[in-house]
Design a protein around this ligand. Structure first.
Ligand SMILES: [Zn+2]
Length: 308
C-alpha cells in the first residue's frame, strides 16, 4: 500500500514520464457509443475547446510539455485550438479521424481515415505528425495490420497497446516498457505502451483516464510509481479533456457501468492532475521515449500474435 517512500518528488534522478491528452469530446467515447451515434455529434454542444484550454493553462503553469493526440473530427472543427497547442510547444499527434475501433474497421477504411487525419494536422501545424494513438487502444492481436498502415503513412511511433486483459482492448503479456515492433512488412515502429503495474501476479492498469479518477489518488500514485520500477523507467499517462469537466451533459440512459466509467469523480480530476504534476516529472511522449535507455526490446508482430 502507499507509504511515504512511494512519493517521488521532482528530482534530477526521476524519469521523464509521458503526459498525453486524447483530444476528443465527451460524446466521442466508446463507453457512450450505445446512446450517442456519430451522426448526432455535430448537433451536440461541444466542450472540447474550453476543456483543452484549461489543460493548456495548467501545463503552462507547471511548465510541462505534453503530447496531444487530436481526433481528426475535432481538428477539422477547431483548427485554432490545434495551432495554439502547437504554438505553446506541445507535441501534436494523431488520434485517428472517426474514433471507430480499429478491429471493427476494414483496413482500407482505416488507411483512408489515417491519411486524412494526418494531413489535416500537418496542414494546421506545418509540422510532420509522427505519433499515433488508436481510439480506445484498439490495436490488439486482431488489428496488428494497422501498424503496417501507420508505418506506410509515415508514423514512426505508436501508443495504442495496453498490456492487460480488458473487454475492449489489450494484448496481455506484451511489454510494459517502451519497445519496438517489426511489422509484417518489415517496417519498425516504436511502441510506448500504456502504464500497467504488476503487483502480486496481477496486472493493474495505471495509465490514467477512468482508473485515475476511480482509484484514490495515493493508490494511483503508488501504482504509477510501482509500474515505473520505482522510478527506473518512464511511464505513459493519459487523460481526456472531458474528464476535468463536471458540467458536461449527463446521459442517464447509458448503462450503469458506462455511467460509472464516464462520470466518476469528474469534479476531482483537475485537482488530482495538478497533484500528479507535482509528484512526477512529465514531458512529451517523444521526449520521454528519447530519455529512456535505447536498449529496447524488438518484437515481431507475429510474436505478438502468439502472446498470451
Ligand atoms: Zn479516444
Amino acid at each position: 500500500m502507499p507509504g511515504s517512500d512511494a512519493r517521488p518528488r521532482n528530482t534530477g534522478q526521476s524519469p521523464l514520464h509521458a503526459m498525453s491528452i486524447d483530444v476528443e469530446d465527451y460524446f466521442h467515447v466508446a463507453a457512450l457509443s450505445n446512446v450517442i451515434r456519430p451522426h448526432q455529434w455535430d448537433s451536440l454542444p461541444s466542450r472540447v475547446e474550453q476543456n483543452t484550454e484549461r489543460l493548456l493553462m495548467l501545463f503552462d503553469k507547471h511548465q510541462v510539455k505534453a503530447t496531444f493526440f487530436v481526433l481528426g473530427w475535432v481538428a477539422e472543427r477547431f483548427p485554432a485550438l490545434v495551432r495554439k497547442l502547437s504554438d505553446h510547444g506541445h507535441e501534436i499527434a494523431s488520434h485517428g479521424y472517426s474514433h471507430q475501433l480499429i478491429y471493427n474497421q476494414p483496413p482500407e477504411e482505416f488507411r483512408q481515415e489515417t491519411l486524412r487525419s494526418k494531413a489535416l494536422l500537418e496542414d494546421i501545424t506545418g509540422t510532420a505528425v509522427e505519433g499515433y494513438r488508436a481510439a480506445s487502444y484498439s490495436i490488439t492481436r486482431r488489428s496488428l495490420w494497422a501498424l503496417d498502415i501507420l508505418s506506410e503513412a509515415g508514423f514512426t511511433w505508436d501508443s495504442s497497446i495496453f498490456p492487460i486483459r480488458h473487454d475492449r482492448y489489450g494484448i496481455p503479456d506484451s511489454p510494459s516498457a517502451p519497445y519496438s515492433i517489426e511489422t509484417a512488412s518489415g517496417a519498425v515502429i516504436r511502441e510506448f505502451p500504456l502504464t500497467t503495474a504488476h503487483i502480486m501476479g496481477l496486472s493493474i492498469p495505471a495509465a490514467g483516464g477512468g482508473y485515475f479518477r476511480q482509484f484514490p489518488y495515493p493508490l494511483f500514485r503508488y501504482l504509477f510509481y510501482n509500474a515505473s520500477g520505482s522510478g527506473a523507467r518512464p511511464q505513459m499517462f493519459y487523460l481526456h479533456p472531458w474528464e476535468i469537466d463536471p458540467g458536461q451533459p449527463r446521459y442517464t440512459n447509458a448503462s450503469w457501468f458506462s455511467r460509472f466509467r464516464h462520470y466518476t469523480n469528474l469534479d476531482r480530476c483537475y485537482g488530482r492532475l495538478e497533484r500528479l504534476l507535482g509528484d512526477f516529472r512529465f514531458g512529451t511522449v517523444s521526449d520521454s521515449y528519447n530519455t529512456y535507455d535505447p536498449d529496447k526490446t524488438l518484437l515481431r508482430s507475429d510474436q505478438m500474435v502468439r502472446l498470451a
